[in-house]
Structure formats: C-alpha cells, structure tokens
Design a binder for this molecule. Structure first.
Ligand SMILES: C[S@@+](CC[C@H](N)C(=O)[O-])C[C@H]1O[C@@H](n2cnc3c(N)ncnc32)[C@H](O)[C@@H]1O
Length: 249
C-alpha cells in the first residue's frame, strides 16, 4: 500500500498546519490534491474555513464539502452532529470515493477530526481510516521565538485556557505550559500570571502565519494589550530546570 496516495474508499484526517500553506507536509499536499472529496470543518460562528484557506492552492477538481458544526459543550448534540456526518462520509467511501478531512494544526490535538473519526470507527474498517499529522499551533508558536519547549527532564503540559483554576493548578505541574484558546479570558489569564510573577516568562502568537493578522508577543510584561481572536496560543516558560541553573553557576 502506498501511504502517499489517496486510495478509493478510504478516509483521511489530514493536519494542514496552523494556516500558512508553506507549513503543510508534502504527504498532506499529495493526499489533498488526489482526493475526490475535501471535507472542511467550519464553526457556525466563523464566516470561513481557515483549514480550507490554508489549502487553497491545492484545490482544483475535488468536490469541497463545508461541514458546519456547532460550538457546544452538549455531548449528545456533538455526537449526533458528527454521527450524521459520519453516515455521509462512510456512504461516499462505500461508493469508492476518497475523502480527506482537513484540520488546522494536528488532527489529534483539540480537533474536531477526533469526533468524526470516533463515529467513523463504528461504520468503517480500521484499515480504511487514516490520520496524517500536521504541524500544531504550539510548535509554530515556539518556533516564532526560537525557544526550546523542553530540555532534560522538563515537563511540557498542553491544555486549553478555558478554565483558569485548572491553569493555575497546572503552573505547579510542569516547566513549560502551553495554552491553547488563550484569548478566551485574556484579562483574567494575564492577572493570574501577574499574581504568579510569570508575565515576563509568557509569550503568545495570535493568527500565526496569517499575514497582517499575525500578532507575536515575546514578553507579556511589556505588551500594550489589545483584543485578540480565538486563534491565540500562549507558552509560559515557568522554569527550565537544569539548563539555566548550569549556565548561572
Ligand atoms: C480547535 S484548536 C485547534 C488546534 C489544532 N488542531 C493544532 O494542533 O494546532 C484551536 C486553537 O489552536 C490554536 N491555533 C490554531 N491555529 C493557530 C494559529 N494560526 N495561531 C495561533 N494559534 C493557533 C489556538 O490556541 C486556538 O484556540
């Protein structure tokens, strides 16, 4: 089996990176170009599918299906929605079409692909379901500042910033904390970091790789605060034990 070729009757959850078409893997590009159907998830709140924008140069004859999904914490509604989409995808695959679902970043990190994959696993054989990794937003964010995420025995913790109490607890559990969805309650988050004297150790990227919309802040203690959108990732370098101690001594 050639893993680089999109196969008839197969489904692929493909990570397309954080939004810059240059950050697609070669394999993702090949699979997308060869697909019969491109499935692009779009939140009901947004006007465009960022994942689809990221692959615009690769879209030609493929059928493009925009799948709108609700941003809800109601698990039964979420399951129902993704179950219906899985019915459609498995039907297309039975008819011999290859279906590629494009997802921002990596399909296994805070991604709607996981819901669809779970529903599809009940309807299709495992060997016809594939996940292709993408560069995740946290990797892109770290690379914007040339900063190591981990050294030696450091612990890296990835989480959503939606629950500030959970964020506060996490500060004790790792040397590097990555916060997805960091702009949800940015004033609250900044106050929390200030209280822990960590503002100067925190950085963020918003709309990374998205041209003039991109915002990079290397030191949040020196930042003129402004409103940021949903696509915001923060990294807090709480303490790199080992490396800095060695350098200081
Ligand atoms: C639903 S999650 C998707 C994560 C994605 N699967 C990944 O691996 O990066 C959305 C969150 O990803 C992060 N994100 C995605 N694209 C981004 C970008 N271009 N710049 C900064 N953060 C981004 C933000 O934290 C945003 O709130």
């Amino acid at each position: 089996m050639d893993i680089n070729k999109t196969q008839a009757g197969h489904f692929y959850a493909v990570g397309v990176g954080p939004g810059d078409p240059d950050l697609l893997t070669l394999r993702a590009a090949r699979l997308i170009k060869d697909a019969d159907v491109i499935l692009a998830p779009q939140s009901k709140k947004s006007k465009t599918s960022l994942a689809l924008q990221a692959i615009a140069p690769l879209v030609g004859d493929q059928e493009v299906v925009i799948s709108q999904y609700p941003m809800t914490r109601d698990n039964s509604k979420t399951r129902e929605r993704w179950g219906l989409l899985a019915d459609d995808v498995s039907d297309r695959c039975r008819r011999g079409q290859s279906v590629v679902q494009v997802t921002l970043g990596d399909p296994l990190i805070f991604a709607t692909s996981s819901y669809l994959m779970e529903a599809l696993a009940e309807q299709m054989p495992t060997e016809k379901l594939h996940v292709e990794p993408g560069i995740s937003a946290f990797q892109m964010t770290a690379s914007c500042f040339n900063d190591a995420l981990t050294l030696q025995e450091d612990r890296l913790l990835l989480m959503s910033a939606t629950d500030l109490l959970a964020v506060e607890n996490a500060l004790e559990q790792c040397e590097t904390l990555v916060l997805f969805k960091a702009a949800g309650d940015l004033p609250g988050l900044l106050t929390l970091l200030e209280r822990h004297n960590l503002l100067h150790r925190a950085k963020l990227v918003s709309a990374g790789g998205q041209g003039e919309h991109e915002v990079r802040v290397a030191d949040l203690s020196r930042w003129q605060r402004l409103d940021l959108g949903y696509m915001t990732t923060m990294i807090i370098h709480i303490g790199k034990r080992g490396w800095h101690e060695d350098v200081a001594s």
